[in-house]
Design a protein around this ligand. Structure first.
Ligand SMILES: Nc1ncnc2c1ncn2[C@@H]1O[C@H](COP(=O)(O)OP(=O)(O)O)[C@@H](O)[C@H]1O
Ligand SMILES: [Mg+2]
Length: 377
């Protein structure tokens, strides 16, 4: 029996990462690139590590791939332990059966599309007769069946990334890892390719870890998102959960745009989960996230799209404020505007048909269930 295979593997999450930590030697100090992170991914799901540059996404991914050796932690795929620092287990990258797609396509310029994809199987020593159908199948999957003979440099950026994708799946990997695979493509192509990656991943029911700094991309393709900062995971959940209940100022601000207003809790939350917060312009009813007591300093988080804007005065209701338009940016599909409520500036987003002008008086209503208060640190 393979000593690294645990018999209790059934029923476990497909990918398990526990207590992963990786330091790098800096100038006169050590840098904790990954600082004790844990997560697991069920089979066939796409899990995204989202965060700003330098937060430790690639290092985490490279530890899973075996390209970095963590100081502590455990990595297991399908019940097979790849890394367990406590037991001194470290399976080399080429024995892990993992497919990887990078930002730089890393395809070989002196080879054809076919040769690029076939190479990985040739290295493995697969018989020639088996290689051809598998390469053609992989090229078919990424929409490049007609391009087998084309020299690699004669491909567009999107086609090169498809070759990289075909090469990553041709070996029928146990796990697929993506490190910012779309960053070199223009906006339109990025959108199309991210959908193609998602379709392929779901069609093959392959388990994937996807790294990106682009929150829209993360929201669009993930089953689960982990938001990272400073080598740690700050929040983890389905895209709607991360966006709707971010739980911290950093996550709220990094994933989507949000207005952040400082204030104090008037009282603890009512049984419906909402409570009142005293801010500079008055009292706002909102959802309370986490333990918040009377008088606690809080931050009120309001997404621009959760502010209902009217030009005429609506019937009086809770959370209704008069505001003055300061500036308007026309974005085609919507208008992005800065307004002032007393001395507080807020971003709002309105339909382009509602023509806002600077200086105009408008009314804002915050939907209580759609804005939240978190404890200020
Ligand atoms: N090989 C290395 N040597 C020294 N420092 C590194 C090395 N790789 C990454 N780092 C540092 O570790 C931190 C995390 O890097 P990385 O995982 O690449 O972040 P991300 O992919 O989120 O941008 C950064 O501060 C980076 O400079
Ligand atoms: Mg990176």
């Amino acid at each position: 029996m393979n000593p690294t295979t645990t018999s209790a593997s059934r029923g476990e999450p497909y990918l398990r990462v526990e207590g992963l930590a990786k330091r790098f030697a800096g100038e006169g100090h050590e840098l904790a690139a990954v600082n004790g992170i844990s997560f697991s991914v069920p089979k066939g799901r796409l899990f995204t590590l989202l965060g700003p540059s330098g937060c430790g996404k690639s290092t985490t991914l490279r530890c899973i791939a075996g390209l970095e050796r963590p100081e502590t932690g455990l990595v297991a795929v399908d019940g097979r332990t790849h890394v367990d620092t406590a037991r001194n287990v470290f399976i080399p990258p080429d024995k892990r059966g993992i497919g990887m797609v990078f930002q730089s396509y890393a395809i070989w310029p002196h080879m054809s599309v076919y040769e690029n994809v076939a190479y990985a199987l040739e290295v493995k020593g697969l018989p020639r007769g088996e290689i051809r159908p598998r390469v053609m199948e992989a090229l078919e999957l990424v929409g490049l069946a007609g391009y087998a003979a084309r020299p690699a440099p004669k491909l567009s950026g999107g086609q090169q990334q498809r070759v990289a994708l075909a090469r990553a799946v041709v070996g029928r990997p146990s796990l697929l890892l993506f490190d910012e695979p779309l960053s070199n493509l223009d906006a339109k192509l990025r959108e199309r390719m991210r959908q193609e990656i998602r379709d392929l991943q779901q069609r093959l029911e392959i388990t994937a870890v996807y790294v990106t700094h682009d929150q829209t991309e993360a929201l669009a393709i993930s089953d689960t998102i982990a938001v990272m900062e400073g080598g740690k995971i700050l929040a983890m959940g389905a895209p709607r959960e991360i966006y709707g209940t971010p739980g911290s100022r950093f996550v709220a601000d990094f994933v989507g745009m949000t207005n952040i207003v400082r204030g104090r809790a008037v009282a603890a939350a009512s049984p419906d989960g909402t409570g009142q917060v005293e801010v500079a312009f008055g009292r706002v009813r909102c959802r309370f996230e986490g333990a918040i007591g009377p008088g606690d300093p809080v931050e009120l988080l309001i997404r621009p799209e959760n502010i209902v804007v009217s030009c005429g005065q609506p019937a009086p209701t809770e959370n209704l404020w008069q505001a003055a338009v300061e500036g308007v940016t026309f974005l085609g599909e919507c208008q992005d505007s800065v307004v002032k409520v007393h001395d507080e500036r807020l971003r709002i987003r309105v339909h382009p048909w509602l023509e806002l002008r600077s200086g105009q008086q408008i009314y804002l209503e915050f939907v209580p269930e759609r804005c939240s208060a978190i404890r200020a640190d």
